[in-house]
Design a protein around this ligand. Structure first.
Ligand code: ZN
Ligand code: ZN
Length: 193
């Protein structure tokens, strides 16, 4: 594994700026990997699956350290609005969930009052605090179904309504018709044509 500073440099580059979220995300991932006994994530790409719980800064850093990616199906996003991530070793079945502690923000303020600005306080404090001050860590079990795993698509069907292809069992069966989720009224968009 690289050092915190090495990962932070890479994370800031990939993310576009340095921010408290990069520190949290990098440290969160390093801690999770350590707990799983995975020293070099680059060597264990096939074993590792990461579940992030927020679409904000920290998740970019988590993805950078783990090497897990959406396009490789090794990065999953659950929209919980929490600075937290679960790291799963698909080989051993072990998994740990690491969550940022809410009281770390207050602690950052009291550690570096002279810095004034919360973002600068957090940036400095999140580098200096112990893992236990910053995070909670719990062993968890994650059930990954075969149709969520990396590799070739497990199935592919065509939507009876729009004609678009659907991979990996995401279709719905409605009144005997195979429908994609948008056509089954589960869409995030509306047609404006
Ligand atoms: Zn950021
Ligand atoms: Zn459809």
């Amino acid at each position: 594994m690289k050092t915190l500073e090495e990962y932070l440099t890479l994370a800031a580059e990939a993310h576009g700026h340095m921010c408290p979220g990069q520190v949290l995300g990098v440290r969160m991932a390093m801690l999770g990997l350590k707990a799983l006994g995975i020293d070099d994530p680059a060597k264990h790409r096939k074993r590792l699956m990461t579940f992030v719980e927020i679409d904000r800064c920290a998740s970019d850093a988590v993805a950078l350290v783990t090497g897990c990616r959406l396009g490789k199906r090794s990065l999953k996003f659950f929209d919980y609005g929490k600075v937290a991530a679960t790291f799963a070793d698909l080989e051993s079945g072990n998994a740990v969930r690491v969550a940022a502690r809410d009281d770390s923000r207050d602690k950052a303020r009291s550690m570096f009052p002279e810095l004034g600005d919360p973002s600068r306080q957090q940036l400095a404090a999140y580098k200096a605090m112990d893992d236990a001050e910053l995070f909670t860590l719990h062993r968890v079990r994650v059930n990954v179904s075969p149709q969520d795993l990396p590799g070739r698509p497990r199935s592919r069907v065509t939507c009876d309504q729009c004609g678009e292809g659907i991979n990996d069992g995401r279709e719905r069966l409605v009144n005997g018709r195979i429908l994609c989720r948008p056509c089954a009224d589960e869409s995030y968009y509306e047609s404006v044509e």
